[in-house]
Design a protein around this ligand. Sequence first.
Ligand code: EPU
Length: 425
Amino acid sequence: MAKFIIEGGRPLSGRIVPAGNKNEVLPAIMASILTDETVTLRRVPRIRDVETTLSILTLLGVQSEWAGDDTLTLNARGISNYKPDPALCNHIRASILLLGPLLSRFGKIEIPTPGGDVIGARRIDSHFEIVEALGGSIEFGNPIIGSIKKVIGADVYLDEPSVTATENLLLLAVRSEGTTRLYNAACEPHVVGLCKLLNKMGAKITGVGSNHLTIEGVSQLHGAEHTVGPDFMEIGSYLCLGAIADGSITIDRVDVADLRFVLKTFSRLGIHPKIDNDSFLIEGGRTIEMQNDIGDRVATIYSGPWPAFPTDLMSVSIVAATQAMGTKIFHEKMFEGRMFFTDKLLAMGANIVLCDPHRIVVTGPKQLYASKMSSPDVRAGMAMLMAALVAKGTSVIDNIYQIERGYFGVHEKLLSLGAAILREQ
Ligand code: EPU
């Protein structure tokens, strides 16, 4: 099992370019199933989740080819199979995103229950709701079996703004009869990216970026080219790291507009990057001070659906808070398993009280000390890596496949910043 060996405390300085957003590229790859023509995607991170998704699609009959480092072409003319490989689907949560495109293409699906990070119950009820609302039937089991004779537009009211359920609805409803109105849609930048790609393919989606999407069905889609947006989870992670390590990190090719709300929360943690066009400069080596609420009350950082603070940035923010002056409550509303990794930070010397599965209290700053850890999921893994990079001594993190499946070139990027990090098989 591959592991990282990290000697903490080195200053980290230099420039990095974030990869494309993992959670945009995965549904974008699935969108290629909707046409016989070629879909070209740029700024595609060559991470494990992408490779696994491509393997699933290849077995179904989709042709894919890397044309350069981060350009991917996909052609689904030869797709002939609607039963994706269970073992591969077991690796990634995003396999649920086959539901919309395969139903659209074949009128039937047989997809394994999705795998992925064990960070909570992760209900899939909304995915079932949308299939039924658009005229199909679907039965839970392993595999999940569903069918639809004709996709007919409808008004759909999601009971929660699920990211992948919104994406599945888009992937199913774009080729339909009539108009679909989706209320309480997710509107994360990756959902926006998918809408843009689908519109380039000939779909008619309006309301893009809001939580009310209107999809006027079309009968056919065509090929298109699309550049995936920068990964704001990666950018947020390096901003937290840059704030707590010595040195200064510049992050280029970011989309500042997308990050306004994230920056607002970061400022309450004492993280204030300088913005220069499409770059952030974050300087470390200084005391960061968390902001209290009016009346000097301890403030709470909540996660929530976009534009609220993203759950995927909770773990790295918690590590930043261990190094900041003050006290903060972190309330992870969405996933009940996401806070458990904080016992590792506690073992490293952090001052953290785990109140219940959803809430912790962090008081900083506290010196962290090296530890031996195993990465439980992609975001907690990155958080542990950050903790190790600022800790005293040499830490070992194994199961790093969990980090690498979401963070493109993490080892190379950290080396280029001056980290003492060794990757061992
Ligand atoms: N939820 C709420 N309230 C809401 C919306 C969701 O409590 O308003 C709960 C749901 O009940 C569910 C959980 O939050 O248990 C996740 O919600 P969602 O269905 O939106 O998650 P997802 O579509 O399965 C995607 C990302 C996740 C990311 C979540 C939330 C992909 C492939 N996955 O999952 O990404 O955490 O949205 O933003 O897009 C990651 O990249 O590390 C990752 C886990």
